[in-house]
Design a protein around this ligand. Sequence first.
Ligand code: HEC
Ligand code: HEC
Ligand code: HEC
Length: 134
Amino acid sequence: MKKTLLISMVTAALVCLFALPALYAVDAPGDLTIKVPAGAKATKTPVAFSHKGHAAIDCKTCHHKWDGSGAIKKCAAEGCHIDASKKGKKKPTSFYSAFHARKSENSCVGCHKALKKAKKATGPTKCSACHPKK
Ligand code: HEC
Ligand code: HEC
Ligand code: HEC
């Protein structure tokens, strides 16, 4: 390999390394499927979620109780969005609210709707776009 090419490749790699420092020391997992918590009964199809597709968003927007360094808990962790009953749906602590609260930009639907209103690039807001028909 020519020396100049090697030098420019090394330089490019270093620029990438320092120009885009990871904000946190924790890595986001690859594509995942979000399902209802154990014991709850699903009425809709499970939802696919891609961290890569949301890489421009600060981790703490979604993982809003995270301290930035410890372990990241699931949305339905103890003390969080644990109420998966149909009756409790509207409560902020419900499993449903974590993903659909319209007034919260931490929720999937809340953020997508706010961005849509602002005419910015956004994600799906229709039920069937996230919960594919069976
Ligand atoms: C931006 C994506 C998104 C949109 C749009 C969306 N949901 Fe969801 N929904 C989720 C996620 C994520 C979950 C949690 C994972 C799961 O339960 O599949 C969920 C869970 C649910 C649950 C609780 C779990 C279950 O299966 O019973 C219900 C009920 C639900 N959604 C209904 C709806 C309805 C009705 C609409 C349209 C008004 C809708 N969702 C639109 C992402 C979305
Ligand atoms: C747009 C929202 C969003 C953003 C931004 C986001 N995540 Fe996530 N992340 C999720 C959702 C939703 C889950 C699935 C949670 C669940 O299963 O309850 C998840 C799961 C995780 C998990 C696995 C937790 C577990 O126990 O299964 C880790 C680790 C994680 N994210 C790290 C990160 C890091 C690090 C970043 C920033 C680089 C990040 N996430 C950015 C929404 C997001
Ligand atoms: C804080 C804002 C925000 C939150 C919260 C958020 N999204 Fe998104 N989402 C976006 C934006 C912005 C895009 C468009 C990205 C692009 O086109 O560059 C997007 C795109 C998407 C897409 C289409 C592209 C892809 O990645 O497949 C899906 C599906 C999606 N979001 C699902 C979800 C689900 C499910 C959740 C909740 C677990 C969620 N989003 C939470 C902002 C958000």
